[in-house]
Design a protein around this ligand. Structure first.
Ligand code: GDP
Length: 568
């Protein structure tokens, strides 16, 4: 404002606010001061850098038809992977050179008719919901695979819920109809209970009988998809700067960060500057699922891009920005936001609630872990599942999770945090391995997520404090108390219930109130002899080391304590 600080201090003083030159004032005061000094104020926030990242909606007259994007979901083992594989063979170029060869997380099947369909090659709805959770609804149509010999199963229902929540129409692929036990009618009827009504029953859901392994009914399924797509009138404007969604990202030894993205609108070109999450870079090359280099990719086209400075998370939105400065501005802001969120806890402004939470946190045993996986998606899936295993008492604390080989810096981090490194489908570089050996850092490798989870579950179970289980043995009543020189007070008792055993734990109860819980019963006598056990109805003598206040009429309860290991 080109105003001297003292003038502002003076002004504030007149308003009754005493401040020093370095003090911070809030927005409202600042606005008041600025206005008072003759300036016009426009409020902006740091988050404003996000504005315009994803461009405005397309206007109608530029829109051209685009291929549908299809996700395949269903219960485990119902044939999602097999169906995706089978659908590749529907491609015109399949079998010849140029067929779909690469796994890039999504692929486009080109049909003889000239039309194409984009499939998300990420079976299981974990990826689908991860994308949805980030507001990235890329899926136009959900193909729900249900095995005809198994019917509707828990994950089928889950998939239905996910699809319904996303608003994507469902096409049911009744799979494995080649099997002897196949019963498509049963599937159709079971789906009725979940409000999926087949066209044959007057509903609006197409149900196609297929066999993924025998390649039966695939044409019908594709036709159903195209029909549904036609109904939806899917369109996008190819003539604008591109935006879309990250499908997956990984670090490749030779090529650096490789991200598969799906273009939603516009056309992504080589040389474009792309921002995805908190990563950015100039697109050096685009590859499709046939390992062909492309100059550009239009709506609904999945491509692998090289050139980003890191691996963005699946489901993160990407967009082309006008220049590098803008890209830096955006990613700097996002990185800062992320850091603040993960945040080193600030000491200032700790509330009592925070404090209590911290105190209670002390009781939580945490297992620190570092997770490295082949792709960002697997790392996220593992983190998500580990979160679910945790309880109020024990949980895994993720120090770091990410994609790529295990590096020396991971090992050093693990050493500092005293944590093991869990490698999922990745290996440690030889330097990292040697360093780990030197530093005594454990690296465990897995190729099946469930194995990893089971392992961690085992460790966490071991961290659970054992449960103390009490078993009642018997009660004795004190009939008389004798003072015996050199020994002390001995209680003459009668066992009224159960048995009393030497070495068992005892507590003394007076008028139904526990007066004392002693350690173990050391001395138990019947007449003159030391005995191990006294049965109900018999009399005995007891001596309690260090407790002289025993009285007539007291009850002595005898019990055992057992430590029982718990598991998650
Ligand atoms: P996903 O877990 O849903 O991905 O299921 P998969 O695609 O891995 O298939 C599970 C099992 O079912 C595999 O052993 C497949 O060979 C088998 N399978 C899949 N589709 C068919 C089919 O149409 N007919 C028969 N007979 N078996 C199938």
């Amino acid at each position: 404002m080109a105003t001297r600080g003292v003038d502002i201090i003076k002004f504030l003083m007149r308003q009754g606010v005493m401040l020093k030159i370095n003090d911070v004032i809030d927005n409202d005061t600042a606005e008041l001061v600025a206005t008072e000094f003759g300036h016009t104020v426009r409020r902006v926030s740091e988050a404003d850098v996000e504005e315009g990242f994803i461009g405005a909606e397309d206007v109608d007259d530029h829109l051209l038809p685009r291929p549908p994007v299809v996700a395949v979901m269903g219960h485990v083992d119902h044939g999602k992977t097999s169906l995706l594989d089978a659908l590749r063979s529907a491609d015109v170029a399949s079998g010849e050179h140029g067929g779909i060869t690469q796994h890039i997380g999504a692929y486009q099947v080109r049909l003889e008719s000239g039309e194409s369909v984009t499939f998300l090659d990420t079976p299981g709805h974990a990826a689908f919901s991860a994308m949805r959770a980030r507001g990235a609804d890329v899926t136009d149509i959900v193909v729900l695979v249900v095995a005809a010999d198994d019917g509707v199963m828990p994950q089928t229902i889950e998939a239905i819920q996910h699809a319904k929540a996303s608003g994507a129409p469902i096409i049911v692929a009744i799979n494995k109809i080649d099997k002897p036990g196949a019963d498509p009618t049963r599937v159709i009827n079971e789906l009725l209970q979940h409000e999926i009504v087949a066209e044959s029953l007057g509903g609006d859901t197409q149900m196609i009988q297929v066999s993924a392994t025998q390649k039966m009914g695939l044409d019908d399924l594709i036709e159903a998809i195209l029909l549904q797509a036609q109904l939806m009138d899917l369109k996008a404007n190819p003539d604008r700067t591109a935006d879309g969604v990250v499908i997956e990202a990984k670090l490749d030894r030779g090529r650096g960060a490789v991200s598969t993205v799906l273009v939603k609108r516009g056309t992504l070109k080589r040389g474009d500057i792309v921002v995805a999450g908190s990563n950015f870079g100039r697109v050096r090359a685009l590859f499709n699922e046939r390992d062909e280099q492309l100059p550009s990719a239009g709506p609904s086209v999945p491509v692998e891009i090289l050139g980003l400075d890191g691996t963005p998370a699946p489901g993160e939105a990407f967009a082309v920005v006008e220049n590098e400065a803008r890209a830096r501005e955006l990613t700097d802001y996002r990185t800062r936001l992320k850091r603040e969120k993960a945040g080193a806890p600030t000491n200032a402004g700790v509330t009592m609630a925070d404090f209590m939470a911290k105190l209670q946190d002390k009781k939580v045993s945490e297992l620190p872990v570092i997770i490295k996986a082949d792709v960002q998606g697997s790392a996220e899936a593992i983190v998500g599942s580990l979160d679910k295993i945790g309880t109020d008492e024990v949980r895994a604390r993720i120090i770091l999770s990410g994609a790529g080989a295990i590096s020396e810096s991971d090992v050093m981090l693990a050493k500092g945090a005293n944590s093991p490194i869990l490698g999922f489908n990745v290996r440690a570089s030889s330097q990292a391995r040697q360093l780990a050996e030197r530093e005594g850092v454990e690296i465990r490798y897995y190729s099946v997520i469930y194995d990893l989870l089971d392992d961690i579950k085992g460790v966490l179970s071991g961290m659970l404090a054992p449960e103390q289980r009490e078993t009642f043995l018997g009660n004795a009543e004190v009939l008389q108390v004798f003072d015996i020189t050199k020994v002390g007070r001995v209680a003459g008792c009668k066992v009224t219930e159960g048995t009393v055993r030497k070495g068992a734990r005892v507590r003394i109860i007076r008028k139904d109130i526990v007066v004392l819980e002693l350690g173990t019963l050391q001395t138990l006598k019947r007449f003159k002899d030391e005995v191990n056990e006294v049965q109900s109805g018999q009399e005995c003598g007891m001596f309690f080391q260090g407790f002289q206040d025993i009285k007539e009429g007291d009850t002595i309860e005898c019990f055992t304590l057992e430590e029982v290991k718990r598991s998650l």
